[in-house]
Design a protein around this ligand. Structure first.
Ligand code: ADP
Ligand code: MG
Length: 285
């Protein structure tokens, strides 16, 4: 049976857009020592905008067209931002013969018999693309493009952190909760977000299946963990955490795998959920 106090916790949560999937979720939240978060769509808005196209030996528009061809069926926020940029610049995007998504890395497509790659450095490494003429400094999120194994250029894409991200991390610190970020994105953009928000620990360039391994290490070092994510890729980590929480704006698979759902998709719901769980505990005892 569910103790009466948990109903008050569930009620307090619902007033703040926090959906606890039962008393077990509230109980598990009480012991949380570290909040581990995904970056894109959790700490950031997930509204990517193409800022720049840097082409090697072709027109900028052609580079954008090749990238958009790869992203034609993409629902990834990076992919949709590329499609939007192509549309805005009235670049026509033909259908490729084939599109293959490579999880955590990007896309491989075939257009007019040519292989096009669009994704991160790991994707380029997988296909042994020489990046001697690749991007030099740290630009944030870079999407690299290659044609038939030759580097063709890159797009610079930016995202913004949620407006309550800084105050939410501060509040977690006040509650003596450690914070960590796990992301598939490049080290530079991950570190920039961590620096802006004050997150304690960052692990970048992770494949979806590697996130669970990092989470397990954090648990071994510091005790019970809550994971907050939003993507399809995040479902295994959500299930593997002591408490899994999903942003309401996230993928159905994430919402289904979660113990707690933040309907408003705000960051401040994270410390609020911990606070509600603790006060529910005091009433329950
Ligand atoms: P996160 O952990 O930040 O939510 P993902 O696991 O969804 O990130 O993706 C990790 C990285 O893989 C992205 O930062 C990007 O570099 C690359 N990537 C994934 N999907 C795509 C795509 N459709 N187009 C280009 N790059 C992609
Ligand atoms: Mg994500």
């Amino acid at each position: 049976s569910v103790p009466l106090a948990f109903f008050s916790g569930i009620g307090a949560g619902s007033k703040r857009g926090i959906l606890f999937k039962g008393g077990v979720a509230i109980e598990a939240l009480q012991g949380v020592k570290t909040v581990v978060m995904d970056k894109t769509g959790t700490i950031t808005e997930g509204n990517f905008v193409v800022q720049k196209c840097v082409a090697n030996e072709m027109e900028e528009e052609e580079l954008l067209r090749l990238a958009a061809v790869c992203e034609k069926n993409s629902t990834h926020p990076i992919g949709t931002s590329i499609l939007l940029a192509a549309e805005e610049r009235k670049v026509s995007v033909p259908d490729p013969e084939r599109i293959t998504e490579i999880s955590g890395k990007g896309i491989e497509a075939v257009l007019d018999g040519r292989q096009i790659l669009c994704g991160n450095q790991k994707l380029m490494e997988q296909y042994q693309v020489d990046l001697t003429n690749g991007p030099k400094g740290s630009y944030g999120t870079e999407v690299l493009v290659a044609v038939d194994g030759e580097f063709a250029g890159f797009l610079v894409i930016s995202d913004t952190i949620k407006k309550d991200a800084v105050s939410a991390v501060q509040e977690l610190k006040r509650q003596k909760i450690r914070t960590a970020m796990l992301t598939g994105d490049a080290k530079e953009s991950a570190e920039a977000v961590a620096e802006q928000t004050g997150i304690d620990e960052v692990h970048a360039r992770l494949l979806p299946e590697e996130k669970l391994g990092e989470l397990t290490k954090i648990r071994e070092q510091n005790g019970s963990v809550m994971f907050v994510g939003d993507g399809i890729n995040d479902a295994p980590v959500l299930a593997g955490a002591d408490v899994g929480a999903a942003m309401g704006s996230g993928a159905d698979a994430a919402i289904e795998a979660a113990d707690v759902v933040f309907m408003t998709s705000s960051m401040e719901a994270i410390p609020a959920s911990l606070e509600i769980a603790r006060s529910t505990n005091r009433i329950a005892k």
